[in-house]
Design a protein around this ligand. Structure first.
Ligand code: PCA
Length: 213
């Protein structure tokens, strides 16, 4: 029985792979209660694909993931904002600037995942993690905001949130840079810890996890 929908993105920005999709497909391959769906990295197509997957699978929990190239750790996102400002075109060539994700939607939504408990569980599994307070203003933030709006309006019993993951070492090696990276099997392990925590814990830890800047 599927209880959890996890999503990852198609490669974008000239990359050959997207570690978010590699990690969620590895996670789902080992579990009967998790299904993985790949979302297009396109402003127009991503949210319809997400809605379709939620309607098809009826999950109790939705965890969307995306690549955050340059981040050194796994970062559950706390805040989705109603703003799109694309620095690069998406995979369909679309580059919206300064438009809302949902016209007349609230300025922001909070994740309904216990983000601090998830970070603690990921660290316990031996993988670096921290709470993030911005998912950016590109397709990932759009999907995060659109997910939270969809759950708030049409699927009120379903919890959900978004997690950014680092580059894989193979991506960094191919690029020839020194950017931080995390092996996809470790990213998948981190997401497993996050999913298990989100299923078991509804009240988050009251510990500091904020940012000074
Ligand atoms: N990362 C991008 C979009 C797709 C992805 O994997 C982002 O952070 O917006």
């Amino acid at each position: 029985m599927v209880k959890v929908l996890v999503t990852g993105f198609a490669p974008f920005g000239g990359e050959a792979v997207n570690p978010s999709w590699q990690a969620v497909s590895a996670l789902a391959a080992g579990r009967d209660d998790v299904v993985a769906v790949e979302l297009p990295c396109e402003f127009d197509a991503s949210l319809p694909a997400l809605r379709k997957a939620i309607e098809q699978h009826g999950p109790a929990l939705v965890v969307c993931t995306g690549q955050a190239g340059g981040r050194p750790d796994v970062t559950p996102e706390r805040v989705a904002i109603n703003l799109v400002d694309a620095r690069i075109p998406d995979n369909a060539g679309t580059q919206p600037v300064d438009v809302p994700v949902i016209a007349d939607g609230p300025a922001a939504y909070f994740s309904t995942l216990p983000v601090k408990a998830c970070v603690a569980a990921i660290r316990d599994a031996g993988v670096p993690a921290s709470v993030s307070h911005t998912a950016g203003t590109y397709v990932c933030n759009q999907v995060f905001y659109g997910l939270m709006h969809l759950l708030a309006t049409d699927f009120p019993g379903t919890r959900g949130g978004f997690v950014h993951v680092p580059y894989s070492p193979e991506q960094v090696a191919a690029a020839g840079t020194g950017a931080p990276s995390l092996d996809v099997s470790r990213t998948a392990g981190a997401l497993a810890a996050l999913v298990d925590t989100a299923l078991a814990v509804t009240e988050d830890l009251a510990v500091p996890a904020g940012a000074l800047h």
